[in-house]
Design a protein around this ligand. Structure first.
Ligand SMILES: Nc1ncnc2c1ncn2[C@@H]1O[C@H](COP(=O)(O)OP(=O)(O)O)[C@@H](O)[C@H]1O
Ligand SMILES: N[C@@H](CCOP(=O)(O)O)C(=O)O
Length: 291
């Protein structure tokens, strides 16, 4: 048996829709894989009642199929599904790393990214790799059709997850078909600033680069309290705030000492609009680890 811990992730980071991603220190999924004649799946943990055990419908089933590696796969969910924290991707990433080890396939971490992304296609309709890339490789990642670039960073973060469900599939329906050149120029500038900030491990530059005027405004409509939570985070020291992945989680970049006050302010702001939430004080962290 092989056991793998794969972290939650935050995709997009505002300006890098379907491209940028970051591994989060917490929470994480833990996945055990054991050789079998055919793939079977069992799921426990946070939100497990909403996750199918049918291999055709679970992200890890697609991964086992792509690696031709049938197994009994036990998923212990730490990342709530439909959270914007790469829940479906964390399981897929852990399965890809675990099955590669179990069957001695010899694939590199980078080669496992498109395989794990097959799992994302099962749930969101698109094999976007911006969550599985950081969950497998760690750090800050730039996922493109021709491969992934990863940079180690340890930017302090707060993620705030409200008790609202937004499925990635639904949130992809509201993405605009196009953008004006003025918006594109602005977002390119922000994305470049964010990438430089990650390379320098600079929370101010990263925060400045998180703005996005193309996809985020449409998705913010799906998150009750988004504007007040964003304002509360900025008021308590966040350097940048945006939707995590497709939402409903909201992510704030900040300096180390500000995490606690930002977390409290974000929770209070959700509370003031009648929404329960939980906050994770974390940082950009490592990718999947084999125990
Ligand atoms: N292993 C898995 N972990 C979490 N969700 C899964 C898994 N396999 C399938 N799903 C389905 O994927 C959907 C959640 O994925 P998604 O909307 O992308 O959320 P998230 O943003 O948290 O990844 C749910 O419908 C869930 O049932
Ligand atoms: N780029 C995707 C990322 C979805 O992330 P998730 O954590 O919400 O699954 C998108 O924005 O649709």
């Amino acid at each position: 048996m092989v056991t793998v811990r794969a972290p939650a992730t935050s995709a997009n980071l505002g300006s890098g829709f379907d491209v940028f991603g970051a591994a989060l220190g917490r929470p994480a999924d833990v996945v055990h894989v054991e050789k079998a004649d055919r793939t079977t799946i069992s799921v426990t943990g946070v939100g497990s009642q909403y996750i199918p055990e049918d291999p055709e419908k679970n992200t890890v089933g697609a991964v086992a199929e792509a690696l031709d590696a049938p197994a009994h796969i036990e998923i212990d969910k730490g990342v709530r599904p439909a959270s914007g924290l790469g829940s479906s991707a964390a399981s897929a990433a852990a399965a890809a790393v675990g099955l590669n080890e179990l069957y001695d396939r010899g694939l590199t971490r980078e080669e496992l990214v498109p395989i794990a992304a097959e799992g994302e296609a099962v749930v969101s309709g698109a094999a976007h790799a911006d969550n599985v890339a950081p969950s497998i490789m760690g750090g800050f990642t730039v996922a493109r059709a021709d491969g992934v670039t990863a940079v180690d960073a340890s930017i302090p973060l707060v993620t705030c997850l409200p008790e609202i469900v937004v499925s990635t599939r639904d949130a992809r329906q509201v993405v605009p078909d196009g953008a004006r050149m003025k918006e594109v120029v602005e977002v390119v500038g922000n994305a470049a600033t964010l990438a430089v900030g990650m390379a320098r491990d600079d929370p101010d530059l990263v925060g400045r680069g998180m703005n996005d005027s193309i996809v985020t405004p449409a998705r913010a409509e799906l998150i009750t309290g988004y504007e007040s939570v964003r304002t509360a985070a900025f008021d308590t020291g966040a350097t940048g705030v945006t939707i995590s992945g497709a939402g409903p989680a909201i992510i704030a970049a900040c300096h180390e000492g500000d995490r606690r006050s930002i977390a409290i302010a974000m929770l209070d702001a959700f509370d003031s609009v009648g929404v329960d939430a939980r906050a994770y004080q974390t940082r950009i962290g490592r990718g999947a680890e084999i125990f």
